[in-house]
Write a protein that binds this ligand. Structure first.
Ligand code: UGA
Length: 436
């Protein structure tokens, strides 16, 4: 089957490469000429473990190609995926659908055969209806079925998530759409990945509901962590104790500095907007958004407290280890490190930062942070070390070397990657999250 993937960002490129790996013929399309040129040279626009090898082998096998020409790319494709960005619209938090609408129009104007048009971008309820309307408006004469197929992959684990999904959600309104999508995912069907066929609007809402629920789970455990610190309990034990209940489940119960990334912050806001538009409030999600926003800056205050408070902190130096919103990505969007560095800077604290992959993206977002080439360079002369992202590289720091380089052996571990008793016996003043 020929598949066209319009938009070669995170979701488009990973999905395209994986579909090609399943044996489909895939053309990835993007307007950005330099991105397509680099992909032709085998240079990935994002850091994602395993993606370069997957792209290389499928290009070599002749199943995966790249173009900026949409008409050429969609010619003969039975499934045309829309996987362009839906960022938060400046000012109001609604999802900006201008890229999705533009692609729908261009597809309608250039379609030369019957096809299923699939929105993979995260789009608010009703977008499929709008895509259908736009394509009809172009006067397109071919049979088109508009389907919703939300994507649930995580950055940093994208290929594994795509190839072994918990479920595949297809929102289709007719048999043509359902049949083509069944064929697209047939290789996964053989792997026994469950496919859930629902209405298009249900599929669109499932995506937002899933992200909002996961964001809620994280925010819940973060607040439990704060309570643990007050009452002298251990949040990791609490997570284990509740997570062993099958109805709750153990995942997404790691307390930390608050969620970031390109999805949870934008999708929770967009869900609030949809709820507002339909006069059907989602107050839990409202609370999650507010709580998570204030948590990031509060983590900066936690570091300041470890320096001895506002007065004592002025003029001191902090090493921030990990700048991306999570490990195994170079993505800095809404990373807690940005708010933490800001809070420290506002308090007159000097900040040195290090990240294994995100330095280039981080530098323009954190202009006052001194960017270092290694964790040890950042630690040199620091009065406190704050672990913000749980990269593997920080799990086994040479603690003797850290003590020798730092001005004071103070560690604020915002991801709980070290054990308190171990750090105390290693001679550190150790502060973590929710382990009172
Ligand atoms: C998230 C969802 O997990 C994916 O299913 C979804 O497809 C994706 O958004 C999307 O909508 O595109 P992602 O943003 O890549 O994926 O990253 P996650 O692994 O979900 O982490 C998000 C944030 O939550 C990170 O800042 C992470 O550090 C934080 N987190 C996660 C915690 O603080 N605690 C946890 O227990 C889990």
């Amino acid at each position: 089957m020929k598949i066209a993937m319009v938009g070669s960002g995170y979701v488009g490129l990973v999905s395209g490469a994986c579909f090609a790996d399943f044996g489909h013929e895939v053309v990835c399309i993007d307007k950005d000429q330099s991105k397509i040129d680099r992909l032709h040279e085998g240079v990935m626009p994002i850091y994602e473990p395993g993606l370069d090898a997957l792209v290389e082998s499928n290009v070599a096998a002749g199943r995966l190609s790249f173009t900026t020409d949409l008409a050429e790319g969609i010619a003969g494709a039975q499934a045309i995926f829309i996987a362009v960005g839906t960022p938060s619209r400046r000012g109001d938090g609604h999802a900006d659908l201008s890229f999705v609408h533009a692609v729908a129009r261009e597809v309608g104007e250039n379609l030369a055969n019957d096809a299923v048009v699939v929105t993979k971008s995260t789009v608010p309820v009703g977008t499929g209806d709008e895509v259908e309307r736009i394509i009809a408006e172009t006067g397109c004469k071919h049979r088109v079925s508009v389907v919703s197929n939300p994507e649930f992959l995580r950055e940093g684990a994208a290929i594994g998530d795509f190839k072994r999904p918990d479920r595949i959600v297809i929102g289709a309104e007719d048999d043509f759409g359902r049949e083509v999508m069944r064929e697209v995912y047939r290789p996964l069907f053989l792997n026994e990945s469950p496919i859930l066929f629902v209405s298009r609007r249900s599929a669109e809402l499932i995506k937002y509901a899933a992200n909002a629920f996961l964001a809620t789970k994280i925010t819940f455990i973060n607040e439990m962590a704060d309570l643990c610190e007050k009452v002298g309990a251990n949040v990791q034990d609490v997570s284990r104790g509740i997570g062993m209940d099958n109805r709750i489940g153990p995942k997404f119960l790691h307390a930390g500095p608050g969620y970031g990334g390109s999805c949870f912050p934008k999708d929770t806001l967009a869900l609030l907007k949809t709820a507002e538009d339909y006069d059907s409030p989602v107050r839990i999600v409202e609370a999650v958004v507010k709580t998570n926003d204030s948590r990031k800056r509060a983590m900066g205050r936690k570091v300041i407290d470890a320096l001895g408070g506002m007065e004592a902190a002025r003029g001191k130096k902090v090493a921030l280890l990990g700048l991306t919103f999570k490990p195994n990505t170079d993505d800095m969007r809404d990373s807690p490190a940005i708010a933490i560095a800001q809070a420290l800077g506002d308090a007159g604290v000097k900040v040195a930062g290090y990240d294994p992959e995100g330095m280039e993206q981080a530098a323009p977002l954190m202009p006052d942070v001194q960017m270092c080439k290694s964790p040890y360079e950042a630690i040199e002369g620091a009065d406190a070390i704050a672990i913000v992202t749980e990269w593997d590289a920080f799990r086994a720091l040479d603690l003797e070397r850290v003590k020798a380089l730092a001005n004071a052996p103070v560690m604020v571990d915002l991801r709980n990657i070290y054990k308190p008793d171990h750090m105390q016996s290693a001679g550190f003043t150790y502060v973590s999250v929710g382990r009172g």
